[in-house]
Design a protein around this ligand. Structure first.
Ligand code: SAH
Ligand code: SF4
Length: 357
């Protein structure tokens, strides 16, 4: 017998195709998306505007399946961290970060990550597998269900949890479709962000495929240093990465900019010269820079730059006309800060293999 099809895997188009195969009209897509994403009803038998025959058929061949929540922790600053079991003891983490005017959900796209950036806890764990669209979208649904009961809402979704979204393109694109679609989450394109360490060919495809915001994890202004910190740079060096950024900036009809993320590592990438090189690299690019104070984790040997060094670095960028902000570290007491997401990765591939990628 075929396995049941999890309808959380399907964007609007895929649902239309699914219902067409059953001989049903496209308006069934609207009905089912309303039940799932607006009414949060996940039992076909309760979807009373579907015919009895269709309800029975769906119960037989389809499902709306969620991964299990292992734990949910509240930090003192309002940050919430969930650990979610994706099966076979593979856990991923997601984080909700409330701010005055918005609530950002940081979600995962893979179990672990193969790219082995030297300052990243996820990178240390190696890679197990890609998440499906359903597993990505379920994270947003789970958070929504938990948060609405306490009067909080998700206004922004960022792919900045575990994994490299541009190595799981199809699932991430369909998830973006659902995040933007008015029939499901209806977020504006500016409020959904893919963060990537620079998988160049994928970034070029992404520029045309989904009109969401882009963050690039740059972390170093020269190839020598970036090769060390972000090993995928050996395959796609900075020049190629900047060309892909150009493709993104020129795609679509609306004005675009890119957020460049730069983790501040004491004595590694935080000197005055690094700031000047970074300003030169970004001159003329429609860019914003986000300086992220390094968040330590047990295996790491790096230290975070001092507040004064970060300020000096930021001032050099300002003086060169580069828009720059420093990210405030949140959720530290539940290990939910950026780059600290660890989860649990079983049967991982070896990091040495990952580095050759
Ligand atoms: N793989 C993607 C998205 C997940 S990482 C990417 O690399 O962009 C999300 C962000 O957290 C990236 O900018 C990443 O470089 C940063 N990050 C990773 N480890 C960190 C750490 N220990 N401290 C601060 N930021 C970190
Ligand atoms: Fe992967 Fe991003 Fe971590 Fe690098 S920073 S190891 S790409 S999750």
């Amino acid at each position: 017998m075929n396995e049941k099809q999890n309808l959380l895997n399907y964007n609007q188009q895929a649902l239309n195709d699914f219902f067409a195969k059953l001989g049903e009209k496209p308006y069934r897509t609207k009905q089912i998306m309303k039940w799932i994403y607006k009414d949060h009803v996940f039992d076909f038998n309760q979807m009373l505007n579907l015919s009895k025959k269709l309800r029975e058929q769906l119960t037989e061949i389809a499902c709306i399946d969620f991964p299990t929540v292992v734990s949910k922790n509240h930090a003192l600053d309002g940050v919430v961290k969930w650990v979610i079991d994706m099966g076979s003891e593979n856990n991923v983490e997601m984080v909700y970060i409330p701010e005055k005017d918005r609530g950002t959900l940081c979600i995962s796209s893979q179990v672990g990550c193969a790219l082995a950036c030297t300052f990243c806890s996820t990178g240390y764990q190696g890679f197990n597998r890609n998440l499906s669209t359903a597993e990505i979208i379920a994270q947003v649904l789970i958070a929504n269900l938990h948060l609405t009961s306490s009067g909080k809402r998700i206004s922004n979704v960022v792919f900045m949890g575990m994994g490299e979204p541009m190595l799981n393109e199809e699932a991430v694109y369909s998830a973006c479709d659902l995040l933007l679609d008015d029939l499901s989450f209806g977020l504006s394109r500016r409020k959904v962000t893919i963060s990537s360490s620079g998988v160049v060919p994928a970034l070029e495809r992404m520029s045309e495929r989904v009109p969401v915001s882009l963050a690039i994890s740059l972390h170093a202004p020269t190839d020598d240093l970036r090769d060390e910190l972000v090993p995928i740079n050996k395959k796609y060096p900075i020049k190629e990465l900047m060309r892909a950024c150009d493709v993104y900036l020129n795609a679509g009809t609306q004005e675009r900019h890119i957020l460049f993320e730069y983790v501040m590592l004491k004595g590694v990438n935080d000197s005055q010269q690094h700031a000047e090189q970074l300003a030169k690299l970004l001159k003329g690019v429609s860019a914003k820079v986000n300086l992220i104070p390094f968040n330590p984790f047990p295996q790491s040997e790096y230290q975070v730059s001092s507040v004064r060094t970060i300020e000096k670095f930021q001032n050099i960028l300002f003086s060169q006309g580069i828009r720059t902000m420093t990210r405030r570290t949140r959720g530290e007491d539940v290990d939910a800060a950026c780059g600290q997401l660890a989860g649990k990765v079983k049967d991982k591939t070896k990091r040495t293999d990952a580095r050759r990628n």
